[in-house]
Design a protein around this ligand. Structure first.
Ligand code: FAD
Length: 621
């Protein structure tokens, strides 16, 4: 099969039916300089929208093409294309190779150990557990929240006014934080695992289009079934998943994990033998971070970002992005991604980054709190993205210099203070518990409490209380937003429309901590200081590139916290000298909470990566 990339296609080629097929075939034939009848089959491999010129919005595609003349004709077409000047590139297509999971259950190492435990069923935990189960290791997966059906009922109940359930909510429960989301599967990380994640999603019921879309997304309505299917696959492969079961303590002896304490409601506490625990607890499990710190595991403060959600009419975004083509049926709801760096303010060494994040076209703003008496917002959407409003986080970077103290968990204090202030501010403005403080952009820039927007009906289910958001944002955050809004409006017309609605506060954009892990993917114990200098050398070479708080997008900004070049399964085998320098603690920090991912894709990739490293460590040399 041939692969033609960078091929411009008219928007009509994105419609269903024979006419659209004809347009695609014609474009492919033109790129190959052959008659359309020489083409036997065409497959869409990638497609994005090019909207840089509003008068010429079109698709840019990569196609897989089979010629009627077979391999010989295809080789000739590649040769001929090499001598032609054309925007499209032609080369041989390499098909996807299915993920191969080595079987390790029968190795002596695996037989001598208790089964691995995976904490959390977010993307990191689920994909990790699936890999471990397929390797024959029968992982035990513990999830503090409920299974997805019970979870949906809890979220629905909360949305209509019931008290917050601190065990099962938008952050906790089957599928993790990604279940109630837009399900964006975009990422900037270049990981060999990413293609496997997309194929595993499809295997679990995701639409095939995620394999070719440049910006794939799934949506909450499909995700709930998909995460449930992945869980069933884990169980079918020999794993066990326990919901409403929380990791509450870790015990180490001589620097090596020996036991894990898990707690179920009643409460019933069980101490189980544990030599390998994958900690994929997400960024909101504050009590879990405390237990990890208290067990003597090395952790660091990490930059993250805080701010608000901004809501516009989706039509306004469509028009700004696509101009006259906005209503073309082949174009879905438009998205956007904005970022900028402000000049340093008084007392600041560097200017702050301000950016939009986790944009949800046709979506809704959700209450993503997991602690009582705190308000946290985020965004989600359905597969169809057919809601009236577009929403996105508008965030300002914060870092250790903004935290109160040296404790690795100091960033959490900042988050919690903002969330509790938002809760109280809304009530002081006449709102009910868990209503969110909100303000129009016009009123925010004019520093007046004001009232409802005349154009945008906020989608936050529990309702908003109109007030002055300056009352619940740290002054430097509010100032940065005030400066950035008019500048961002120049890049996306209407972004700072006075009637756009700001809803506060968004504090859980990424993890405020990093659990230090070595090349062997395992945590380091602070007490193992005899090896401290060696560890630092090893770690600094590859694993711990700090995240710039200011850079811009979901799964991208924070993914820069990712380790250096990712490796394939084979490359997870470390050279003996490096592996020997790193103590085997048995604790594998994984995913977003541990500071090694930022978004569904990178969390899932990290889950596979950690699982692969764990499996490799059980294989004979
Ligand atoms: P999580 O998904 O947070 O999962 C961690 C799991 O661990 C949770 O289920 C939690 O209950 C469980 N847990 C925690 N502590 C314990 C314990 N002690 N014992 C047992 N279980 C425990 N990202 C995108 O890429 N695209 C999007 O469109 C997108 N939209 C989002 C919308 C919303 C509303 C939210 C909240 C997040 C969104 N994100 C999105 C971010 C994305 O969901 C996260 O980056 C991703 O889920 C992180 O995966 P994870 O597996 O590391 O952690």
């Amino acid at each position: 099969m041939l692969e033609i990339s960078n091929l411009a296609l008219p928007l009509d080629a994105g419609l269903e039916g024979k006419q659209a097929e004809k347009l695609v075939r014609r474009a492919a034939a033109r790129a190959l300089n052959i008659p359309p009848s020489d083409i036997a089959e065409i497959r869409l491999l990638k497609r994005s929208v090019d909207a840089r010129k509003k008068h010429d919005v079109h698709f840019v595609a990569t196609l897989g093409v089979e010629l009627t003349g077979g391999a010989q004709a295809e080789a000739a077409a590649i040769e001929a294309a090499a001598h032609r000047k054309s925007a499209a590139n032609v080369k041989a297509h390499h098909p996807y190779e299915t993920l191969q999971v080595p079987q390790v259950d029968a190795t002596p190492q695996a037989q001598n150990e208790p089964r691995p435990i995976v904490v959390g069923t977010g993307p990191a935990g689920l994909f990790c557990a699936l890999y471990l189960a397929r390797a024959g290791l029968r992982p035990l997966v513990v999830e503090r929240g409920a299974a997805v059906d019970e979870r949906m009922a809890a979220v629905d109940a909360f949305n209509v006014g019931e008290p917050l359930d601190p065990h099962t909510n938008i952050q906790y429960g089957e599928g993790g934080a990604g279940t109630f989301s837009d399900g964006k599967l975009t990422t900037n990380i270049k990981s060999p695992w990413a293609q496997h994640v997309l194929h595993l999603f499809v295997e679990a019921g995701a639409p095939e289009e995620i394999l070719w879309q440049a910006k794939p997304h799934i949506g909450t309505d499909l995700l709930v079934d998909i995460v449930c299917n992945i869980r069933k696959q884990i169980e079918q492969a020999g794993g066990e998943v326990r919901f409403n079961t929380q990791l509450t303590a870790l015990h180490f002896e001589n620097g090596r994990l020996t036991q894990a304490e898990i707690t179920q409601p009643e409460p019933v506490t069980e101490l189980i033998p544990a030599s390998r625990v994958v900690l994929a607890c997400g960024h909101s499990a504050r009590d879990t971070f405390e237990l990890v710190r208290d067990a003597g595991v090395r952790m660091e403060q990490k930059p993250f970002s805080v701010g608000v959600r901004i809501e516009h009419p989706q039509q306004l975004i469509n028009r700004s992005q696509y101009g006259k083509a906005a209503d073309h049926p082949a174009l879905g709801a438009a998205d956007y991604k904005l970022s900028m760096h402000l000049r340093p303010q008084k007392g600041e060494e560097q200017g702050r980054g301000v950016y939009t994040f986790c944009m949800c076209p046709g979506g809704e703003v959700v209450c993503a709190a997991s602690e009582p008496e705190g308000v946290v917002v985020n965004g989600m959407s359905r597969f169809a993205r057919d809601g009236q409003n577009a929403n996105s986080a508008l965030l300002v970077g914060v870092g250790p210099e903004d935290f109160d103290g040296e404790d690795p968990l100091a960033g959490i204090k900042l988050q919690r203070e903002m969330e509790q202030t938002a809760y109280r501010t809304a009530i002081a403005a006449g709102g009910e518990p868990y209503q969110a403080p909100a303000q129009t952009v016009g009123d925010f820039l004019a520093h007046r409490a004001g009232g409802p927007s005349k154009q945008v009906k906020p989608t936050y289910a529990r309702g908003v209380a109109w007030c002055d958001l300056h009352e619940c944002l740290p002054p430097f955050v509010a100032r940065a937003m005030e400066q950035a809004l008019p500048q961002l409006d120049r890049r996306l017309h209407g972004f700072a429309d006075p009637q756009a609605v700001l809803t506060g506060v968004e504090t859980r954009s990424s993890s405020p901590v990093r659990i230090v892990r070595g090349k062997n993917m395992q945590a380091q114990l602070a007490a193992a200081s005899v090896l401290g200098c060696v560890q630092d050398e090893v770690l600094s070479t590859a694993q711990l590139v700090p995240a710039p708080a200011s850079s811009g997008t979901q799964d991208q900004a924070r993914a820069k916290t990712q380790a250096a070049p990712e490796s394939s399964a084979a490359a997870n085998r470390q050279p003996a000298d490096v592996a020997a320098l790193e103590p085997e603690t048995g604790l594998y920090p994984c995913g977003e909470g541990a500071g090694y991912a930022g978004g569904i894709m990178s969390a899932a990739c990290d889950g596979l990566r950690v699982a692969s490293a764990l499996v490799e460590s059980l294989r004979p040399e």
